[in-house]
Structures are given as structure tokens and as C-alpha cells.
Design a protein around this ligand. Structure first.
Ligand code: HEC
Ligand code: HEC
Ligand code: HEC
Ligand code: HEC
Ligand code: HEC
Length: 420
């Protein structure tokens, strides 16, 4: 069995049963209403049912299941969405694994697309592509452009069921009652569930019996949030990830977003007895769950000494990793040093003063896709990327490029003569 299919089987084992329309995780937020719970159980009952025929007035406006067909009237949401990872949820890393599946292995496809491209019509589009019967231009489900499944987590996946529109109540709290003739899709149904964390849990939280390592679910964001101060204070996923209802969903890939979620302090270096010592503290001050929540990113706290030429002096680098590290085949957890909400990590830099050291640099680097980088490298080198190899190579270049420096502090060290 190839690496890829082993990964698929593991994820399938984790998610398979949950794919069959089970309700999202149980409610534990005080006062949470049963109505929202029931709405979400229906809304996210996967596999999703076919939408059917678009209503005549929608047809008249050229509205179908593609985000492009919403853009004319909802330009603000469309312009945000297209830059988000939801819009890129069928990137080369996902497609590169799907192309190794048989065209008729629908359960296998579903174990991925239930989150990455959940519409029934996207499943059909994927099957056509895998069986080689889709002819881009003739693909009516996509309006003749990019096949619908490649468009990722589209507007319709969150807002349309049976070609009925659903959304949150209007910003002033009013509901779509009375004259709906203004709405070209005729009418829409409002549900407060759109502003509730459980809406996101449908894809960002495994079921209680899902795949776990070391007693902890592989995806546990909703439960981490529930246990945090943010849940008690009524701050939902949307409060931080969709401020003013914006459709950006910034997360670990966005340096500004990550900076908003943490508080970093570097102490002044102390030099004595031939040693340099300094402390770097990273506090999870504003992330509504563990920092980071998934097994895929890696955050590195590190320190090193620099010469007068601004270069790192060999042998002075010390590092501490903040991550939930797991084996590439997901068979075991190696370490879990993530920081729960309101917790902190302390990195103690300590090393002999290097000859010629002019400054101490303390910094925090973020590799949002560290797991994927290692995973892609491994399946490319052992050949199990198979037909997906060209996609996986593109995904590898992308996952490497996502790394960034979150924070850097450079403090001069006293010249050799002035050291104690
Ligand atoms: C021709 C213009 C037009 C097109 C195209 C269009 N909409 Fe709308 N949409 C409207 C109008 C007008 C309303 C009514 C706003 C109200 O009642 O406050 C609306 C309401 C909505 C709402 C409810 C807003 C809320 O406050 O919850 C959602 C969600 C929505 N549209 C999504 C979509 C999606 C998704 C598409 C594409 C599949 C789409 N719309 C295509 C004009 C359009
Ligand atoms: C329960 C929902 C869910 C399921 C099911 C799921 N994923 Fe994902 N996937 C996610 C989320 C959420 C992320 C973002 C994680 C991150 O950024 O660290 C992600 C990220 C990824 C990425 C990296 C980002 C990218 O687009 O390249 C790949 C590759 C991927 N998933 C492949 C798969 C494959 C293959 C399957 C099926 C075997 C699958 N996923 C099933 C939710 C899911
Ligand atoms: C991942 C699910 C998801 C996707 C994809 C998505 N939306 Fe939304 N949308 C939401 C949620 C959730 C809200 C409500 C946010 C809140 O209440 O804070 C919302 C709100 C809206 C509203 C009401 C905005 C307002 O200011 O009142 C409109 C209109 C809308 N979405 C249109 C779209 C369009 C158009 C697209 C695609 C370009 C899209 N959405 C993609 C989840 C989604
Ligand atoms: C239908 C499944 C689905 C739903 C519902 C959903 N997401 Fe996602 N989300 C995904 C997938 C899949 C990805 C990863 C996309 C990729 O990179 O391939 C993702 C990515 C993200 C990211 C980007 C993380 C990063 O690595 O930077 C954030 C933030 C996010 N989602 C927040 C939310 C919030 C908040 C909600 C609720 C309003 C929500 N999502 C609802 C499937 C979903
Ligand atoms: C108080 C603000 C806040 C709340 C509430 C919040 N988040 Fe986040 N989230 C952040 C910040 C800041 C980041 C970036 C730092 C990080 O990655 O942990 C982030 C990152 C993420 C990521 C990126 C992946 C990763 O490994 O970190 C995902 C996915 C995500 N959040 C989903 C959710 C979901 C789902 C909920 C609700 C259950 C939620 N968030 C609630 C602030 C918040």
C-alpha cells in the first residue's frame, strides 16, 4: 500500500463514519439553542443532496453554483473569498492525492471533499475529471470555466441547499420577511446558526470517535475553543476569523493575523562567566484555541549570536519547537508543545559567548505547512505520489514558500573587554 493511500485510509478511518450526516459535536455553550443545532445537522448532513434546477429568476440573472455568478451583486464577499484558503481548498496538494483514486471510489473522494469541496455537483465534477469524460468547455456545472470541484469551498457550499438561499439575519438583526422582490434569488432563509462556532465545527472538529493520537483528536479546534475564555466571553470563530462578516478567514498563513493572537517579549541578554543568557516568552493572548491548533504548522522559538558582519555564528543556534508533531504516516504523536489559550511558552537561550559575537538575535519563525512539506518530500522521493507527482511538486513549492519570520529582536552584546 502506498504512502498516499495509507494516509487516505487513516483519514478515512478518522472521518468516514462522520461523513454520514451525523450532527456536529454536542452543544456545551450555555443557552445555545436547539434550533441552531437542528439547522446545522440538516445543513451539514453529508454527502450533500443535489441542488436541483435553479429557480427561473436565478436563471434569468445567470446565477448558478459558481462563486463568479454571485460576484456581480456580492462583490465584497467575492473579492474577500477569492483571496482566502477556502477558495483554494482544492489546491495541488489535495488534487495530487485525489488523482490517484479510482473514478468510481466515491467514498474515498468523499473522505476528502466533504470538507474541501462538499457540493454534490462538485463530486460529480470530480468523477467526470477522474474518468476523463469532462471536457472543460462543455462542463455546464462550471459555466464553462474551471471545473466546479477545483473551485474549492464555494459560496453555495455554505449558503445554498436545494437552490434555497440561507444566511445570517441582516446586520440590524431583521429577518427576510415581507417584500422579498428585491432579492433576485427571490427569497432567502435566515438562521442565527451562521454566527455560531458550530457552523465551522462541521469541518474544523472531528467527531468524538474520530481519529485520535495519544488520546487527543487529530482535529480538535472547536473543543479547544469551548474550553477557552473566548467561548465563555461569547467570542465565536466568526468574531476573529470573519470580523464585520468579512470572508477572509485569515489564519496561521497570515503574519498579521498570527501577531494579533500572540504576545511576544524578549528579555535583555545577560553576559557572565563566558555565557550569554536571555529569555523569550510567547503568550497565546488572543488565539481562540491552541496555538497552533493543527498538527500541520510548526512554530520555532530560536536564538543565535551574530558577528559584526550580521551573520549567524556557527554553533550558537538554540531552538525550541511549539507544535503538535506527529509521524508522517499519522501512526503516533512525537510531541505536543502547543500553547493552550492564555498559556505561554518560555525559551531560555543559554550558550557560550562566541568569539566575535556582536549581537544576540531572538526570533520566532512560523512554518504553516511544515507537516505537508515533509509529507510531500517523502511521497515524491519514494514514488508513491504516482500520477499526482506534478501536482505534489507544485504543492511542495507552495508549502515551503509559506514560512515567515513572525518576530525578531536583535540586541548588542557588550564588547569583549566589558564582559564580566
Ligand atoms: C443579481 C444580484 C444577486 C446575485 C447574482 C446574487 N445575490 Fe444574493 N442577494 C441579493 C439581494 C438583493 C439580497 C437580499 C438582501 C436582503 O434581503 O437584505 C441577497 C441576499 C443574499 C444572502 C443573505 C444575506 C444575509 O444577510 O444573510 C446571501 C447569503 C446571498 N444573497 C448569497 C448569494 C450567493 C451565494 C449567490 C450566488 C450563488 C448570490 N447571493 C447571488 C442579490 C444577489
Ligand atoms: C474534517 C475536514 C477535512 C477532511 C475530511 C479533509 N481535510 Fe484536508 N484540510 C482540512 C483543513 C481544515 C485544512 C487546513 C489545515 C491547515 O491549514 O493546517 C486542510 C488542509 C489540507 C491540505 C493542505 C492544504 C492544501 O490545500 O494543500 C491538504 C493537502 C489536504 N488537506 C488534503 C486532504 C486529503 C487528501 C483529504 C482526504 C484524505 C482531506 N484533506 C480530508 C480539513 C479536512
Ligand atoms: C465557509 C462558509 C462560507 C463561504 C464559503 C461563504 N460564506 Fe458567506 N457567510 C458565511 C457565514 C458564516 C456568514 C455569517 C458571518 C457572521 O454572522 O458573522 C456569511 C455571511 C454572508 C452574507 C451576509 C453578509 C452581511 O454583511 O450581512 C453574504 C451576502 C454572503 N455571506 C455571501 C457569500 C458569497 C457571495 C460567498 C462566495 C463569494 C460566500 N458568502 C462564501 C459563510 C460562508
Ligand atoms: C465545508 C467545510 C468547512 C467549513 C464549514 C469551514 N471551513 Fe474553514 N477550512 C476548510 C478547509 C478544507 C480549509 C483548508 C483549505 C486549504 O488550505 O486547502 C479551511 C481553512 C480555514 C482557515 C485557514 C487556516 C490557515 O491555515 O490559515 C481558517 C481560519 C478557517 N478555515 C476558518 C473557518 C471558520 C471561522 C469557519 C466558520 C465560519 C469555517 N472555517 C468553516 C473547511 C471548512
Ligand atoms: C479570539 C480569536 C479567535 C477565535 C475565537 C478563534 N480563532 Fe482561530 N485563530 C485565531 C488566530 C489569532 C489564529 C492564528 C494563530 C494560530 O494559528 O493559532 C487562528 C488560527 C486558526 C486556524 C489556522 C490553523 C492553525 O493550525 O492554527 C484555524 C483553522 C482556525 N483558527 C479555526 C478556528 C475555528 C474553527 C474557531 C472556532 C471554533 C476559531 N478558529 C476561533 C484567532 C481565533
Amino acid at each position: 500500500m502506498s504512502r498516499v493511500s495509507r494516509w487516505v485510509v487513516l483519514v478515512t478511518a478518522a472521518l468516514g463514519p462522520a461523513a454520514c450526516g451525523e450532527a456536529p459535536p454536542p452543544v456545551a455553550v450555555p443557552g445555545a439553542d436547539r434550533e441552531a443545532e437542528q439547522f446545522l445537522a440538516r445543513h451539514w448532513a453529508r454527502p450533500l443532496a443535489p441542488q436541483g434546477e435553479p429557480p427561473v429568476h436565478a436563471k434569468a440573472h445567470g446565477i448558478d453554483l459558481t462563486p463568479g455568478s454571485c460576484a456581480g451583486c456580492h462583490a465584497a464577499q467575492f473579492d474577500d473569498w477569492r483571496t482566502s484558503l477556502h477558495a483554494h481548498a482544492m489546491g495541488p496538494g489535495v488534487l495530487g492525492q485525489l488523482v490517484n483514486m479510482d473514478a468510481d471510489a466515491r467514498d474515498e473522494h468523499r473522505s476528502c471533499i466533504r470538507c474541501h469541496a462538499p457540493l454534490h455537483e462538485q463530486e460529480e465534477s470530480l468523477v467526470r475529471a477522474l474518468s476523463g469524460t469532462s471536457d472543460g468547455a462543455a462542463d455546464t456545472s462550471s459555466g464553462g470555466g474551471t471545473p466546479l470541484h477545483e473551485q474549492g469551498l464555494v459560496c453555495a457550499a455554505c449558503h445554498l441547499r436545494g437552490y434555497t438561499w440561507y444566511g445570517p439575519p441582516r446586520r440590524d438583526g431583521s429577518l427576510p420577511a415581507g417584500d422579498l422582490s428585491r432579492s433576485p434569488h427571490n427569497a432567502w432563509q435566515a438562521s442565527p446558526a451562521f454566527s455560531d462556532s458550530r457552523f465551522c465545527a462541521a469541518c474544523h472538529q472531528f467527531e468524538p470517535d474520530g481519529y485520535a493520537l495519544n488520546g487527543k483528536l487529530l482535529e480538535n479546534t472547536y473543543a479547544e475553543w469551548q474550553a477557552s475564555r473566548h467561548a465563555r466571553e461569547g467570542r465565536h470563530c466568526q468574531s476573529c476569523h470573519m470580523p464585520q462578516r468579512r470572508h477572509l478567514w485569515r489564519g496561521i498563513h497570515d503574519p498579521e493575523m498570527v501577531r494579533q493572537g500572540v504576545d511576544i517579549r524578549a528579555g535583555a541578554p545577560a553576559v557572565g562567566a563566558g555565557q550569554v543568557a536571555a529569555i523569550l516568552v510567547l503568550r497565546n493572548s488572543g488565539t481562540g484555541h491552541h496555538f497552533p491548533t493543527y498538527v500541520t504548522p510548526r512554530v520555532v522559538l530560536e536564538g543565535y549570536q551574530e558577528g559584526a558582519d550580521g551573520r549567524m555564528i556557527g554553533g550558537t543556534l538554540r531552538q525550541q519547537v511549539v507544535a503538535r508533531q506527529v509521524a508522517l504516516d499519522l501512526s503516533r504523536e512525537i510531541a505536543d508543545t502547543r500553547i493552550p489559550a492564555d498559556g505561554e511558552a518560555r525559551f531560555d537561550y543559554r550558550a557560550p559567548v562566541a568569539p566575535g559575537a556582536a549581537a544576540l538575535v531572538l526570533r520566532v519563525r512560523v512554518e504553516p505547512d511544515a507537516f505537508y512539506t515533509a509529507f510531500y518530500q517523502s511521497i515524491l522521493s519514494d514514488g508513491s505520489a504516482g500520477r499526482g507527482a506534478p501536482h505534489i511538486r507544485a504543492a511542495l513549492a507552495r508549502s515551503r514558500a509559506s514560512a515567515f519570520t513572525l518576530y525578531a529582536d536583535r540586541q548588542p552584546l557588550p564588547p569583549a573587554g566589558q564582559r564580566e
